[in-house]
Design a protein around this ligand. Structure first.
Ligand SMILES: Nc1ncnc2c1ncn2[C@@H]1O[C@H](COP(=O)(O)OP(=O)(O)O)[C@@H](O)[C@H]1O
Ligand code: SF4
Ligand SMILES: [Mg+2]
Length: 332
């Protein structure tokens, strides 16, 4: 948040889903999946986005990738508003610079094409690059992701899950992106393979200068790979900071709860009532802190009125360390 010209700058982003009832004449329902989120990603930086299932991680990632239109806020990549109208040249630039890797490699690899053809596709679609140059680039990115050159001729079904994910990463690299949104890229892989993919991301950051928004429900993975971490709870960032600060000095009661349950802090295996202030379900209104109902600290403090009165904004509690709590645990 102190970077004067970050690669990615997200300001006051909100995303809402509006659903119509199945029957006619029923009222529309609006659900805010991402609420007033601001953050930045610097150059050659891996920023993690962690949170339990349904906290809005994928929705936020998809808004950055222009797959879901935000209700409010701005997203700038290298100064360009990604949702504004662009000239054809700006549009090509954005497509080159903003790439993605999802949990399922088949979301970017066509099962009917060879891996080489799928990896070449973004450059073919872009146009203006000779066939020979595209083939050269494909060989280069296969080497970067440490896939044997012979795999260029294989189909996705003929390689392992980890190798397929490497091919999906190679495809994302083809256009020399500056930012890759990676949504649960290791979640479907065996633990040993996960480590390879995570190491590959760190190599890409260090050797190619690529930045990542690394979305994961797995705190342990985020601790290993990320330079900074944002903790999302019900669509809001409740804490952000460097892994060392977050893991050693968590300031928000939610972060503290999930970190105390490490090493098994994998949100998939956690109960929804983790961190709940048992028997103290609040009747606070919409203005209350988003964590009000589950906050043990609020109960321990005797239910201070500010917790129910106002949603806390993110405030600095240390260098590059922010928490959205009226009563944060301050650094020693
Ligand atoms: N296409 C959609 N239509 C309606 N609601 C959605 C849609 N996608 C996600 N949601 C809702 O938005 C919230 C956040 O979902 P999501 O971003 O997928 O969370 P996460 O990736 O953290 O698990 C959830 O309540 C989810 O049900
Ligand atoms: S503002 Fe109050 S309810 Fe919210 S996290 Fe902090 S102590 Fe808990
Ligand atoms: Mg998701």
């Amino acid at each position: 948040m102190s970077d004067p010209s970050p690669l990615l700058a997200v300001e006051n982003l909100s995303v809402r889903f509006v659903s119509k009832g199945i029957l006619p004449f029923t009222a529309k329902k609006s659900h805010t999946a991402v609420s007033d989120v601001s953050f930045s990603v610097g150059r050659s930086e891996i920023v993690g986005l962690v949170g339990e299932s349904g906290s809005g991680k994928s929705t936020l990632g998809r808004a950055l990738l222009r797959l879901i239109k935000p209700a409010e806020g701005t997203i700038r990549l290298d100064g360009t508003d990604v949702w504004a109208r662009h000239s054809p040249a700006e549009e090509r630039g954005l497509r080159d610079h903003l790439q993605f890797v999802f949990q399922d490699p088949y979301s970017s690899l066509n099962p009917h094409l060879t891996l080489g053809a799928s990896v070449a596709e973004p450059l073919v679609v872009k146009g203006g690059t000779s066939r020979r140059a595209i083939e050269g680039r494909v060989r280069e990115v296969f080497e970067m992701v440490r896939l044997p050159q012979s795999f260029i001729h294989r189909h996705p079904s003929q390689v392992s899950g980890g190798q397929r994910q490497r091919a999906a990463i190679a495809r994302a690299l083809t256009t020399k992106p500056s930012l890759i949104v990676a949504d649960e890229p290791t979640s479907a892989l065996d633990v040993s393979i996960q480590a390879d993919i995570v190491n590959l991301f760190m190599d890409m950051r260090d050797n190619l200068g690529v930045s990542f928004l690394f979305i994961t429900h797995d705190l342990a993975v985020s601790k290993k790979v990320c330079d900074r971490i944002l903790v999302l709870f019900r669509g809001r960032v409740v804490e952000s900071g460097r892994p060392d600060d977050l893991f050693r000095r968590p300031a928000h009661p939610y972060t503290r709860t999930i970190i105390e349950s490490l090493p098994s802090a994998d949100f998939r295996h956690r109960s929804r009532v983790d961190g709940a202030a048992a028997g103290t379900e609040s009747e606070a209104g919409a203005e209350a802190c988003v964590f009000h109902a589950r906050c043990r600290k609020r109960v321990a403090l005797g239910d201070p009125s500010d917790c129910a009165a106002q949603t806390p904004a993110l405030q600095a509690i240390g260098p590059r360390h922010f928490a959205a709590c009226h009563h944060p645990d301050l650094e020693a």
